[in-house]
Design a protein around this ligand. Structure first.
Ligand code: SAM
Length: 229
């Protein structure tokens, strides 16, 4: 049984995909999809030995050695061209790290045959959206979900010859998420406002010259309030 977060990410993997799950930890996501017969082949990529061993154990315990392979390596370097990987999932890491992993892999041609990226950043979604559009990946859809009082965004992107133009608000909030503006989205950004208000109060108590920083935080609060009002 996958967590709601991983289940949602997995639901965007097309039937018959050849999947690389990078930072797979226990390989739950590829094993779950393989057990349901939904992927043709899966790689569980891990850079750390402990999680890599967990992935191997999980694959063996699920008797999926023929379909899912655990590989030890940094980011997309575990992907070989004859794996014919067409889908990549990267979940549960910072958006900055995900962007760096994609960037390094892009340079090495690891994304050349990839048809879909399914990304679940824990933060820095804006940075990731910028990486995607800067590198000709169109954001096809996005979703937001809540599990155990935590809110997660999932971004689905596909290669394109030309990508749609996004506004600064689209980068920050997500074009699809802001157009739907559901209750979870509003909750997320209300809680971001609270974080900025806390920063503001701390700044007001400091003795340094903080006018510029204060203006920046106030501007963020304004932008968010405008978005969710
Ligand atoms: N994807 C799983 C999930 O969402 O539940 C596990 C997330 S876990 C918080 C992040 C995993 O990514 C860790 O197991 C870590 O070892 C792995 N990781 C971090 N940087 C990585 C990299 N550059 N390449 C491959 N794996 C990486």
């Amino acid at each position: 049984q996958l967590s709601k977060r991983l289940e949602t990410a997995a639901s965007y993997v097309e039937k018959g995909a050849r999947l690389a799950d990078i930072g797979s930890d226990h390989a739950y996501l590829p094993c779950n999809l393989a057990q349901k017969g939904l992927i043709e082949f899966g790689i569980a990529g891990e850079v750390v030995l402990g999680p890599f061993s967990s992935a191997k154990k999980q694959i063996a315990a699920s008797r999926l050695e023929g379909t899912v392979e655990a590989r030890l390596g940094n980011g997309l370097e575990v992907i070989e061209s004859n794996d014919r990987i067409d889908t990549i999932t990267i979940c549960g890491m910072g958006g900055d790290l995900i962007a760096r992993i994609l960037d390094a892999g892009f340079e090495e041609g690891k994304l050349d045959n990839v048809k879909r990226l399914i990304l679940q950043p824990n933060n820095a979604e804006m940075k990731l959206r910028h990486w995607l559009t800067d590198n000709n990946f169109e954001i096809m859809t996005e979703t937001i979900l809540e599990e155990n009082s935590k809110i997660y965004e999932i971004i689905i992107a596909e290669p394109a010859t030309e990508v749609s133009k996004l506004s600064s608000e689209d980068y920050l909030f997500g074009k699809f998420l802001r157009s739907e503006k559901n209750a979870i989205f509003v909750r997320k950004w209300e809680s971001e406002i609270q974080k900025y208000e806390y920063i503001l109060r701390s700044l007001e108590q400091s003795h340094r010259d903080i006018a510029e920083k204060k203006a920046e935080v106030l501007r963020m609060i304004e932008i968010i309030e405008e978005e969710i009002k």
